[in-house]
Design a protein. Structure first.
Length: 302
């Protein structure tokens, strides 16, 4: 929920996390989210994703509900509850219970045991859900209605059952012209970018870095760096001084080695308390919460 920080009047997002220490898995997940939120601070979904991916972080739940936009059109990515560090070893299995179904990439729908940052680039346009299905199988059917039947090469990451299911069905041609009906603002450049994002094969799907260089974003990039960004500034002579790197990457990858050292809920509690205490030593006025206030009771009861 949105609240106002009484220390500076800023509107911020407040997230309620029940049963944090119910198990070792849930407690480590919450601690990981806290560490990631303190590690990253970046604006704009594509720029933010590039920053995340350059630090080897997969968000794994990019959707409208996890994108916060204020009145100045400044966007922030939130909810890192499913985020994790990229797994370089393709022999290691990764969980498939990630990403809300409507926004789930086809490789996850088809049971891929390992996936990459490409799952975060399965993005859409139009202010409505493009693939709104009742279950994962129907979700895959809606995707093939638009993208056409994938080739065996496209399905090399899929499990055997998913490949067999797709091969049993009659071949379908792609119908990308439907993308022009998503929005009255769907230009040729917008549809071209979408076509590169909505690619069945994750290895052929456009990367965030390449998407940022797409012509569709040229005008927006110019406007953003002309008056909205924090990386450029106007000199006393009225000249705009632009940054050397419009789309910066993370200075270093996110380190997840600490997770392997935590083997009990009690350890996580102690380390989380220590981490939060360190974050409070910033010189800012401490934020004191009154658990007896009506506002807190209303929030806690939700």
């Amino acid at each position: 929920m949105a609240v106002t920080d009484p220390r500076d009047g800023r509107r911020v997002a407040l997230k309620k996390l029940p049963n944090v220490f119910q198990s070792l898995v849930s407690s480590k997940r919450v601690f990981r989210e806290l560490k990631m939120l303190c590690f990253f601070k970046h604006e704009n979904i594509l720029r933010g994703l590039k920053y995340l991916h350059s630090a080897r972080i997969l968000h794994r739940d990019i959707k409208p509900g996890n994108l916060l936009v204020n009145s100045n059109c400044v966007l922030k990515i939130c909810d890192f509850g499913l985020a994790r560090v990229e797994e370089p070893d393709q022999a290691k299995h990764m969980t498939q219970e990630v990403v809300t179904q409507y926004y789930r990439a086809p490789e996850i729908l088809m049971g891929a045991r390992h996936y990459s940052s490409a799952v975060d680039v399965w993005s859409l346009l139009g202010r409505r859900i493009l693939f709104q299905a009742q279950n994962p199988v129907q979700q895959l059917e809606l995707i093939t209605e638009l993208l056409g039947t994938p080739t065996m090469e496209d399905m090399r990451h899929a499990c055997e059952g998913a490949r067999t299911h797709m091969l049993r069905r009659a071949p379908k041609p792609p119908s990308f012209s439907v993308l022009y009906t998503l929005s009255s603002h769907a230009t040729h450049e917008a549809v071209h970018l979408l076509c590169q994002m909505l690619v069945f094969d994750p290895d052929k799907r456009i990367s965030v870095t390449d998407a940022l260089a797409h012509p569709y974003l040229d005008e927006g990039r110019l406007r953003y760096h002309s008056c909205m960004c924090k990386c450029c500034f106007t000199t006393s002579a009225g000249m705009r001084q632009y940054t050397a790197d419009f789309e910066p990457s993370a200075g270093q990858p996110f380190d997840d080695l600490w997770e392997r050292k935590l083997t009990s809920v009690q350890q996580v509690k102690e380390e989380m308390h220590k981490f939060i205490a360190e974050q409070l030593q910033t010189g800012r006025v401490p934020l004191c919460i009154n658990p007896q206030s009506a506002a807190f009771k209303s929030f806690a009861s939700q």
